[in-house]
Write a protein that binds this ligand. Structure first.
Ligand code: GRF
Length: 206
């Protein structure tokens, strides 16, 4: 049973997908702690409803390195092995990434490396997709490295961009795919089926 820690900043629909995935027996893991950097993140309400320990840790008063040290402290206390960034809107320190090398999973709402990296988050991603006029977008789950959305890719899934799509309709379509591949990636990790070699992630499908 893998101890999972989750970092959130907002509505927490990806967090909810993991919670539901565990309940449905798809993920051999347990969420030990959820931390939000936003006090009003609805994801914290989800934790209360699901009886999952959660903390709001205010970044005010910390620089990023000491904030990340505080996060690591809380996760260490609960023997967390896998960290999931579920709509988390901060960049992790190098120290944090190194301490949890290939044990931090992030979900991004595009087909990385398109529409990813600095400044590409939330609805801005979908707006850029529409502005560019691509025919396909999608979602990507990847391990976190020192860069922004640059770590080894675990899973991706395509979403067709329809002519009448808006930011809202695209966000909805992509979010559904995010939930699906995030649950699959966390499940594969907990089953020890993800083998990382450099930039490549091989999935042991036996
Ligand atoms: C999602 O679009 C996710 O891709 C991005 O944060 C957004 C909010 O997700 N990383 P959630 O509903 O808070 O899980």
């Amino acid at each position: 049973m893998v101890n999972i820690g989750v970092l959130i900043s907002g509505t927490g629909t990806n967090l909810q997908a993991i919670i539901d995935g565990i309940k449905l027996g798809k993920i051999p893991g347990k969420i030990r702690l959820v931390i939000s950097n936003k006090e009003d993140a609805y994801g914290l309400v989800r934790c209360k409803k699901e009886n999952i320990e959660s903390l709001f840790i205010d970044p005010k008063g910390y620089d990023n390195i000491s904030y990340c040290r505080r996060l690591m402290e809380e996760f260490k206390k609960r023997d967390v092995e896998l960290i999931v960034l579920a709509g988390f809107m901060r960049i992790l320190s190098e120290e944090f990434v190194q301490a949890y090398r290939n044990r931090i999973i992030n979900i991004h709402p595009s087909l990385i490396p398109s529409f990813s990296g600095k400044g590409y988050y939330g609805e801005r991603v979908h707006q850029a997709v529409l502005d560019y006029g691509v025919k396909y977008t999608g979602a990507t789950v990847h391990f976190v490295d020192e860069g922004a959305d640059t770590g080894p890719i675990i899973l991706q899934e395509v979403v067709i961009v329809d002519e009448d799509d808006t930011v809202e309709t695209l966000r909805e379509k992509v979010l559904r795919v995010e939930h699906k591949i995030l649950v699959e990636a966390v499940s594969l990790y907990c089953q020890n089926k993800l083998i990382v070699k450099g930039r490549k992630v091989r999935i042991d499908r036996e």
